[in-house]
Design a protein around this ligand. Structure first.
Ligand SMILES: Cc1cc2nc3c(=O)[nH]c(=O)nc-3n(C[C@H](O)[C@H](O)[C@H](O)COP(=O)(O)OP(=O)(O)OC[C@H]3O[C@@H](n4cnc5c(N)ncnc54)[C@H](O)[C@@H]3O)c2cc1C
Length: 207
C-alpha cells in the first residue's frame, strides 16, 4: 500500500524541525512534501541579525540544505506559497500546481506587524523577518541615508545594533517610556540606552 502523504506548509523553524523529527522517529511512515514560500532551504531565523550586521554569511546559518531533503526523501518546493486548501478534496494549491495530501500541517509562522500609519507601504520601509528582508534592507545601505528602526523591543534593539555595525546612522524609535519594557526595568533600560548611544544609536522614547 502507498504511504500516506504528509504536506507541511512552511519551511521555517517549526516546519523543518517537525520534518526532521519525523525522519528520525518514523522515517518510513509518510511521503513528505514541504512547501516553502521563501526561496531558500531552511535556516536559523534567529541568526538573521548577525547576517544583517555583516558578522555572518547567510550560508553559515542554513540548517538543512538541498542535500538534506534529498537524503531524507523529502520533496521540497521552494519559493512557492500555498495559496489554497481544499479540505474536502484534500488538496493544496501552490505555484499553479495542485498536491494531494492525507495529512496537512500549517507551519506558516508570523509576519512582522506593520503599523497602520500613512506611508507604511512606501519604498524603503521594511519588516525584518526573513532573508529577503535582509537583502532589501541592505540594498539601501550604500545610499548613506539615515535609518529609523521602529520598536525598541528585543528585535528592534538587535536590529539597530546590527545596522550601526554596518556603519549606518541609526535612530531607534520606541513608544514606551524605556527600551525593552517587557524585559527590563527602568534603570537597566537606561543603561542599555546609554550603551547604544556609545555605538552611535540615538534612542527616541515615547515616540
Ligand atoms: C531576526 C530575528 C531574531 C529572532 N530571535 C529570536 C530569539 O533570540 N529567540 C527566540 O525564541 N525567537 C527569536 N525569533 C523568533 C523566531 O525566529 C520565531 O519564533 C520562529 O522562527 C517561529 O518559527 P515558525 O516555524 O513558527 O515560523 P517561521 O520561522 O517564520 O517560518 C514560517 C515559514 O512559513 C512560510 N510561509 C508562510 N506562509 C506560507 C504559505 N502560504 N506557503 C508556504 N510557506 C509559507 C514563511 O515564508 C516561513 O518561511 C527571532 C526572529 C527574528 C526574525
Amino acid at each position: 500500500m502507498d504511504k500516506p502523504t504528509l504536506i507541511v506548509i512552511g519551511n521555517g523553524m517549526a516546519g523543518v524541525r517537525l520534518v526532521e523529527r519525523l525522519c528520525e522517529r518514523a522515517p518510513d511512515r509518510y511521503r513528505i512534501l514541504v512547501i516553502g514560500e521563501e526561496n531558500q532551504p531552511a535556516y536559523n531565523r534567529i541568526l538573521l541579525t548577525p547576517v544583517l550586521a555583516g558578522e555572518k554569511h547567510f550560508d553559515e546559518i542554513v540548517t538543512h540544505d538541498a542535500q538534506w531533503y534529498k537524503g531524507h526523501n523529502v520533496t521540497f518546493i521552494a519559493g512557492e506559497a500555498a495559496t489554497e486548501i481544499n479540505r474536502a478534496a484534500r488538496r493544496v494549491r501552490a505555484g499553479g500546481r495542485v498536491f494531494d495530501y492525507d495529512h496537512l500541517v500549517l507551519a506558516t509562522g508570523s509576519r512582522p506587524f506593520m503599523p497602520p500609519v500613512p506611508g507604511a507601504q512606501l519604498q524603503g520601509i521594511h519588516g525584518f523577518r526573513n532573508q529577503q528582508d535582509v537583502e532589501n534592507i541592505l540594498r539601501g545601505e550604500d545610499d548613506g541615508q539615515p535609518v529609523a528602526v521602529i520598536g525598541g523591543g528585543v528585535l528592534g534593539v538587535e536590529t539597530a545594533a546590527a545596522l550601526a555595525l554596518r556603519g549606518m546612522q541609526v535612530s531607534l524609535l520606541h513608544r514606551g517610556a524605556h527600551l525593552m519594557d517587557s524585559q527590563l526595568d527602568e534603570h537597566t533600560a537606561e543603561l542599555l540606552r546609554v550603551s547604544l548611544g556609545t555605538r552611535g544609536i540615538r534612542s527616541v522614547l515615547q515616540a
